[in-house]
Design a protein around this ligand. Structure first.
Ligand code: FAD
Length: 358
């Protein structure tokens, strides 16, 4: 093995998955994560347990039972990956560590953090999400993901609070003239699937609040800066959402939305997209949302990130690639077309849904 150390920037789902696949081939991994708690979207993911287990070696008995095939909360998947990474002696996680820039020469690559430390490794992997700092080094002429023209409101409600007359058996996909809603039954926060202890998650696509995103600084031109957190959502917007939910969506989905609105437990996530032209520059590579940002409507951002993690480990384990740059070039060759195709597959939906709302 010619490549013994890796620094991964970002310890969310992609960073953790990549750390696990690289550690399995004997690479010592340092994960640099800017936050101390990466709990972020509250969204649900299609996370097939068998694929997760095969690629990362994760013990999927750590995941809660699902109520719809393969649908897990972001938090449950993150917690299971984090526990597996914590248990692996080849993985070191440093939280509260923000990477400001990355660089490289013939001998190594390095990440410079906000506390002025420099972390050297054979390779650096950018798993730092849709606003990636590492992407600025890899693709300096196209550094930013661009706003797709709509946001997704996200919430989760307890069955015990909404007491629905009918419990949904599966994921629901509802469309009206202006809105699209994805609803999904989930286990309770403690993993319980017993009646009365479950939850309903919802994701509501909305192209009519882009001015609010601009006014609150979530958008800067076409670049997404951050999500719209509950305290920043004006009362008038909550009231308007409640009116529309009541008018457009049937029970139990409308009940779940109205409950989340009552508790002000709603996040607005502006959706961005990024079609990559490259994934690699020398000893530095991108995975996950740093590499490719599809609309969540594709339902495949997570599994695409899993395949990135697998392909990267395969390339770095291949002894024929005598230097890190050659291994990473093989990774790019393996993944670039798939990543581009995924993002492009969602762009038709995004353009039709945004309908000039940009
Ligand atoms: C609303 C929504 C719904 C979705 N639904 C689905 C779905 O149904 N199915 C699906 O497959 N995918 C879905 N996705 C996509 C999926 O969530 C992502 O593809 C997946 O989580 C991979 O994320 P990531 O780890 O690459 O990036 P992120 O989750 O963005 O993580 C990036 C990490 O890097 C850290 N970081 C950033 N910058 C720095 C820095 N400078 N220094 C150190 N650390 C840094 C951040 O703190 C964060 O922890 C959805 C996404 C959204 C927003």
């Amino acid at each position: 093995m010619h490549h013994r150390t890796a620094v991964i920037v970002g310890a969310s789902l992609s960073g953790l998955m990549t750390a696990l696949t690289l550690a399995r081939i004997g690479i010592h991994v340092t994960l640099l994560e800017r936050s101390d708690d990466t709990g972020r979207t509250g969204a649900a993911l299609h996370a097939p347990g068998d694929l997760l287990q095969r690629i990362t070696g994760l013990d999927t008995s750590r995941l809660p039972r699902t109520l719809s095939p393969g649908i897990q909360t972001w938090f449950a998947v993150h917690a299971a990956l984090r526990a597996a990474a914590d248990a692996d002696p080849r993985i070191e996680l440093r939280q509260n560590t923000t990477v400001c820039r990355v660089a490289q020469d013939e001998q190594s690559a390095w990440a410079v953090t906000a506390d002025n430390r420099t972390h050297h490794a054979d390779v650096i992997i950018g798993a730092d999400g849709h606003r990636s700092v590492v992407r600025r080094h890899v693709i300096p002429n196209k550094p930013d993901a661009t706003f797709s023209g709509y946001l997704i409101w996200i919430g989760i409600a307890d069955e015990s609070a909404i007491r629905p007359a009918h419990w949904p058996r599966n994921v629901a996909f509802l469309t009206s003239r202006d809105d699209t809603l994805l609803g999904y039954p989930l286990p309770g926060a403690d993993g319980s699937t017993a009646a009365g202890a479950r939850r309903i998650g919802w994701a509501w696509y909305d192209a009519s609040n882009n001015d609010l995103l601009r006014a609150t600084g979530c958008l800067d031109g076409t670049v997404v800066r951050h999500s719209l957190l509950a305290p920043s959502i004006p009362d008038a917007t909550y009231a308007e959402l409640a009116r529309r939910a009541h008018a457009q969506f049937p029970s139990p989905w409308s009940d779940a939305i109205l409950d989340s609105i009552d508790r002000h437990a709603v996040i607005g996530t502006p959706i961005a997209e990024y079609v990559p032209d490259r994934l690699v520059n020398g000893r530095i590579a991108l995975v996950g949302d740093a590499a490719h940002v599809p609309t969540p409507m594709t339902g495949s951002g997570f599994s695409e990130s899993l395949h990135d993690a697998e392909a990267l480990a395969t390339a770095l384990a291949t002894t024929a690639h005598t230097n890190p740059s050659a291994a990473l070039a093989a990774y790019e060759k393996d993944r670039l077309v798939s990543a581009r195709t995924l993002v492009q597959s969602g762009q038709g939906f995004s353009r039709a849904f945004a309908r000039g709302a940009l």
